[in-house]
Design a protein. Sequence first.
Length: 231
Amino acid sequence: MMGRGGPTHNRITTMGLATNTRYVRETEVLVRKDRILREVVRRVGPCTLAPSKDHFLALAEAILWQQLSWKAARSIHVRFLDVLRNSRPRPVDIVRAPDSALSKAGVSRQKIGYLKALAAFFEEKRFPGRTIHRFADDEIVGMLTEINGIGIWTAEMFLIFGLNRLDVFPAGDLGLKKAIGAHYGFDGLRDARRLEAVTARWRPYRTIGAWYMWSSADSAPLAGEAPRTGE
């Protein structure tokens, strides 16, 4: 999903980091401040997070993965691409695709509507394209959440995996909060104060910290872990 990059097992240094990865400096900052995260970094290896070159596809994938387990989402994603006969579908492909064909791929009626709304947004040239990098995180979230079917969680996944914005913490992702609680010894779903204390240490690289939590649990971020509000 969205060029996420999973954990790798490349050679790591005494800092627990490989020298041939994109976010060495940022991860070094984090492990100096957080000994628990340091151990996670040692086990997981280098951060392989990489930005998506296809913003439309990144958002379409985020919609497909809403409220699903990794296994179910992956299966539907593969069938979705097969139906469109294109590994990198364009907005017009989804606009023209019959609802019945998308439904046979396992896409729910609700998500078909969301995908068509996203495609229309791009077809109408309302997405800023390459200039998206000039926008602040909150501006991007505000813009994307105007699209039917995209809520805060989906917009945050785009910030993280689509654009690799470095200081994003998706507070609606229950799986992420569970992973943090498991590592730091508290109930990540209920103890908001301790959760905030942990993630505050990761600023301004909360994205990297979140990536390591997801990777340590060997699970992708899923909207099924977020409030069921069409996000």
